[in-house]
Design a protein around this ligand. Structure first.
Ligand SMILES: [Zn+2]
Length: 84
């Protein structure tokens, strides 16, 4: 069995933040790229992670303080999910 065949969606979920940070070693990056080319589910997951990270990085603490509580709660929920 090739190494690429052993890369599964669960691993991508663990690697996605490192992938987006450009922090994956080359040999893992290749496995991820091969998997993404073959897996629409992980491409969609990657898309959602990019959107979530862009949102959480675009705001400052002052923005969070100024938010309505329900908006802040939704955002913090999304951020917690991103961190897990
Ligand atoms: Zn996948």
């Amino acid at each position: 069995m090739s190494a690429a065949a052993t890369y599964v969606c669960r691993q991508f979920v663990e690697d996605v933040t490192a992938y987006l940070d450009g922090a994956l070693p080359d040999q893992v990056l290749i496995l991820v790229e091969v998997h993404l080319a073959d897996c629409p589910h992980c491409r969609e997951y990657l898309h959602q992670m990019r959107a979530t990270i862009a949102m959480t990085r675009a705001i400052t603490d002052d923005d969070i303080d100024a938010m309505p509580p329900d908006v802040r709660e939704r955002l913090m929920q999304a951020f917690r999910e991103h961190r897990e």
